[in-house]
Write a protein that binds this ligand. Structure first.
Ligand code: NAG
Ligand code: NAG
Ligand code: NAG
Length: 444
């Protein structure tokens, strides 16, 4: 069923469904209803009953990589050098080590798909598909997008590895609604998604977003938007998130630079799971990342997310991330700026914080706490598992732990593999966070 035809049955479905999915922006038809059901099934399938296995696997890889690379410069605070780094190509964490610094990276782009770690490690994007080269930065037709545009690429049903012919600024007229099995690979060009609407990943699976800049994102006004070659429909106004992940599985966001969006930089909601956010550079934003948007949506228990090797940089305020339900592994990130708090939540999320560097703001004595709990008295949140292992705290920063004090003893394999030095090396581990400037034919 296409378009606006809305008979009585779909109207009833719409009302019933609107209650079930409070923030779905689409007019519900049978296509969206089926996608929602399939999505929930995929979430149940993707859910890892033993999350410590994934946590341990990532930590083991960091441990091994750091050892093989030899000692990285500890306690580096010379962040200013990051942009100007002109030395030989250098890798500082296991994800980058898997593909970077090969001069022929452009002939071997799909190598990236095998480099993911953490809960999003199953994201292979368009690995099994052909390349699609975006040649046209325009975004003028929401229902019949022009071939060669990013919108035309992402609505295809087949797996696609999407690359860019040249540098471009893509000002999205409305939210970009992605179909499953896609990689957006910005390497080799400077690709900015900016000054328009953001990216929507809704009821789909298997997506990699790599090497692009996303900033100055506004709300979309809504209207008729195509979400697949064989379907389009009416959408209400979009929130103005940089990336909105809604009921989706196996998603990996790597080496993106993001700032200044109307709503969140990245929102992950409605039982999305199997997600890694890595090597990203975030700046200039208030509410950075929201994981779980509704207190009553307990299906978010299935949400499993890794936040690794990111740099939370200048002029950020709060929510890095802010979590409801779910299991969140926050590992080897550099938190150099926040204004209210770094990590928060409600509805008993599990938060495992390991080997991060937390630097409290210098002039605000009331913002030294990394953590913030909402909507729960202490007697209640004391039972939530929020653990800090091997984190480094500077300028008076502190992490208020809760839950089982013996968590690490029960998971000694995790604790033993996170060396205290990891946090000291975090400035190096995250040194190349953000979109990389890759030139074809040269090590990237
Ligand atoms: C979801 O899974 C259930 C149980 O395995 C199955 O009966 C149902 O048909 C599935 N729904 C969809 C839309 O795939
Ligand atoms: C790194 O910084 C930490 C915390 O300020 C300090 O305890 C440690 O001695 C420093 N290590 C080196 C090698 O400078
Ligand atoms: C933690 O372990 C210690 C000793 O191993 C034990 O005495 C204590 O009761 C344990 N606490 C909890 C909450 O399990």
């Amino acid at each position: 069923m296409e378009g606006l035809k809305m008979n009585r049955i779909s109207l009833i479905l719409f009302i019933a469904f609107a209650a079930f999915i409070p923030t779905l922006k689409a007019q519900i038809d049978e296509v969206w209803e089926r996608r929602a059901q399939e999505s929930w099934n995929r979430t149940l399938e993707s859910y890892e009953p033993d999350p410590v296995k994934i946590v341990t696997h990532l930590n083991t890889n960091v441990h091994r990589t750091l050892k093989e690379l030899g000692a990285l410069e500890p306690n580096s605070t010379r962040r200013g050098l990051r942009k100007k780094y002109t030395g030989p190509c250098m890798v500082t964490n296991p994800i980058d080590r898997c593909w970077r610094c090969q001069p022929n990276w452009a002939d071997n782009r799909k190598r990236l798909a095998d480099c993911g770690l953490g809960f999003g490690h199953n994201a292979k994007g368009g690995k099994s598909g052909r390349f699609y080269v975006v040649t046209d930065s325009s975004d003028n037709d929401m229902v019949n997008p022009k071939p060669g545009t990013l919108r035309h690429a992402v609505i295809q049903k087949e797996p696609l590895w999407i690359i860019f012919k040249q540098s471009m600024v893509i000002k999205l007229n409305q939210e970009l609604i992605m179909n499953s099995d896609k990689t957006i690979d910005g390497r080799g060009a400077e690709v900015h998604i900016a000054y328009g609407a953001g990216i929507t990943v809704q009821f789909v699976k298997n997506i990699i977003i790599h090497g692009i800049h996303i900033h100055d994102i506004h709300m979309g006004s809504g209207g008729l938007i195509r979400d697949s070659v064989d379907h389009y429909g009416f959408r209400s106004a979009s929130d103005g998130d940089g990336i909105s992940i809604f009921g989706s599985q196996d998603i990996w966001i790597d080496h993106v630079s993001m700032k200044t969006c109307h709503d969140g930089l990245i929102d992950i909601i409605q039982a999305s799971t199997g997600i890694t956010i890595s090597n990203a550079h975030f700046t200039d934003h208030n509410e950075v990342m929201l994981f779980g948007a509704s207190n009553s949506y307990s299906q978010d228990e299935k949400m499993q997310i890794t936040v690794a090797f990111n740099h939370f940089g200048k002029r950020l305020v709060q929510r890095m991330p802010r979590c409801r339900y779910g299991y969140i592994h926050v590992v080897n990130n550099d938190y150099t700026h926040w204004n209210m708090y770094a990590i928060g939540g409600s509805q008993h999320p599990t938060i495992i914080s390991q080997g991060n560097r937390y630097i409290a703001p210098p002039r605000n004595p009331y913002a030294k706490a990394v953590t913030k709990r909402d909507y729960a008295p202490e007697a209640e949140w004391k039972t939530w598992t929020w653990r800090s292992e091997g984190d480094l705290f500077l300028r008076g920063a502190y992490f208020e732990q809760s839950g089982d004090p013996n968590w690490s003893k029960k998971h000694s394999e995790v604790y033993d593999l996170i060396q205290a030095s990891s946090a000291l090396q975090v400035a190096e581990i995250t040194k190349f966070a953000g979109a990389l400037h890759c030139i074809v034919g040269r090590p990237c």
